[in-house]
Ligand binder design. Structure first.
Ligand code: NAP
Length: 466
């Protein structure tokens, strides 16, 4: 049985803004529904699809990128179209979308970085992990950035998996990196890096570190770097001991850190990855040249907030780490889309079960939805976005059942294509992307690498003859 309001000739028309995992999972859930004929148009501001799977997942974690095969299958659905190189707020407005679609889903991810809010944060040599990760992965926005890799010591603030990705990229040898899909510019620059000591700084204790076990394990298997952990950092307070007793993951993490702390330094490995816990950055120091020369940290102790969360509290004991490079890896943050509600403090689109809410009234914006990191904040792995998108799709379909959707005056598929072609003649179709993908793969084969990315939009357009 099909829904009375929609038919194969007049399907439910959905626009998805953002071609990352959340966008593709939303499309997959929608296109699998039999009860309502749906057509999906997906837009992305970059020509290339896949969001953080292409531009965020570390180049040496190639297996995670296999998920693009699932997204590819979704893209082959006859009711799916892709419009890359089309930006909401520049080429199209929310009002344009309202005129062409019954429902709109924002899946734009969280593209900027959280700030520390401490003096010296903007000195030369201080970067967000977001910038470094984008640069390493050949994201067009970050390809021209420069990192002073003549420095011998670097500090990474935060102990999440992104911090671990940054540390590995700084620690790996050319040979280790050259088999990955790292951007050519980053491969060249990192091959000449002089960074020898990489501090990874956690503001809470080892038991509270956000990284996961496989990522920690990798630190013990690097060709030219050894992990360094001080046994003192593994002496736990009573709350953390309790946490470790109750939670197997935490216990295993601590056991692995203990193994690292017991390893004698491998003299054949010139680089060190030094874990430090219970320390917070308080200031980035300079010698007057405008560049970072040191990072002042304060030692912390943990205090129980009473609701099961342990917070770091400064002890007043300071230390200066002589580092010339600092990477702030304390989480991503969403960026507002023109015409779309945004919760400034949380850095997300306010929503309930994926329904976009009007921040003043708390009422849903009819026909507008969100999924992924811009819906719930930057947490979880790629696969976490699948159930998250399913929740949004459930809300969408329930609203269709209840007649709560937009009434576009030009819902036919040709109308929006004409508008896009008029506003952005250089839009990328999925076929264009497949052509680019084949070229990147061909370039990779010549070098024994999975693929070699095009990193500028001009290059991408030229490569497919646009
Ligand atoms: P994250 O896991 O949330 O880690 C952020 C880290 O920054 C935490 O250690 C946090 O400490 C710390 N932090 C926050 N504010 C701070 C401050 N003011 N001063 C000092 N430290 C501060 O974030 P992420 O590393 O950006 O990763 C985002 C998500 O992507 C995570 O879910 C992650 O697992 C996932 N991811 C997965 C992979 C993978 O599967 N291989 C790779 C990359 C990312 P507190 O805990 O004390 O707040």
């Amino acid at each position: 049985m099909t829904h009375p309001g929609f038919s194969t000739d007049q399907p439910l028309r959905v626009a998805i803004i953002g071609a990352g995992p959340a966008g593709f999972y939303t499309a997959e859930h929608l296109l699998k529904k039999k009860a309502i004929p749906v057509t999906v148009d997906m837009f992305d501001r970059l020509p290339t699809p896949f969001g953080l799977v292409r531009a965020g997942v570390a180049p040496d974690h190639q297996k995670i990128k296999n998920v693009t095969k699932v997204f590819d299958r979704t893209a082959q659905h006859p009711n799916f179209r892709y419009f890359g190189n089309v930006e909401l707020g520049k080429h199209l407005s929310v009002d344009d979308l309202r005129r062409h679609y019954h429902q709109i889903v924002y899946t734009i991810g969280t593209s900027s970085a959280r700030k520390l809010g401490i003096p010296g944060e903007d000195l030369d040599g201080s970067h967000s992990a977001t910038e470094f990760v984008g640069w390493v992965n050949g994201h067009p926005d970050y390809r021209t950035l420069q990192f002073d890799l003549t420095q011998e010591r670097a500090a990474i603030i935060g102990v999440g998996n992104v911090a671990m990705d940054v540390a590995r990229m700084l620690a790996k040898t050319r040979a280790e990196l050259a088999v990955t899909d790292i951007a050519d510019h980053a491969l060249d620059a990192l091959s000449h890096s002089r960074v020898k000591e990489i501090y990874i700084l956690g503001r809470r204790g080892a038991a509270q570190a956000a990284f996961t076990i496989p990522e920690l394990k990798e630190m013990g298997h690097l060709a030219a770097a050894s992990p360094v952990v001080s046994p003192q950092d593994l002496v736990l307070d009573e709350f953390s001991r309790e946490m470790a007793d109750l939670d197997g993951q935490t216990r295993r993490k601590l056991e692995m850190l203990k193994t690292f702390s017991e390893m004698s330094p491998d003299g054949s490995k010139p680089k060190k990855i030094i874990f430090r816990f219970l320390v917070s950055p308080v200031e980035l120091l300079t010698d007057g040249t405008g560049a970072v020369k040191a990072l002042r940290i304060v030692k912390n102790k943990l205090v129980d907030t009473g609701n099961g969360v342990l917070r770091p509290q400064p002890t007043g004991e300071f230390e200066d780490l002589p580092v010339g490079l600092v990477f702030r890896s304390i989480g991503y943050r969403g960026v507002p889309l023109p015409g779309v509600p945004f919760h400034q403090r949380w850095g997300i689109i306010p929503n309930e079960d994926g329904r976009v809410l009007n921040p003043e009234t708390g009422q849903p914006h009819i026909g507008e939805y969100t999924a992924g990191w811009i819906k719930r904040g930057p947490s979880g792995i790629v696969g976490t976005n699948k159930p998250d998108a399913a929740e949004t799709v459930r809300s969408m379909l329930a609203d269709v059942e209840n007649g709560n959707y937009l009434s576009p005056d030009a819902p036919d598929m040709a109308a929006i294509e004409r508008l896009v072609a008029e506003r952005q003649p250089q839009f990328f179709s999925y076929a264009d992307w497949q052509k680019l993908d084949a070229l990147e793969t061909e370039r990779g084969q010549a070098q024994g690498r999975p693929w070699v990315k095009f990193t500028s939009i001009e290059e991408m357009l030229a490569a497919v003859g646009k």
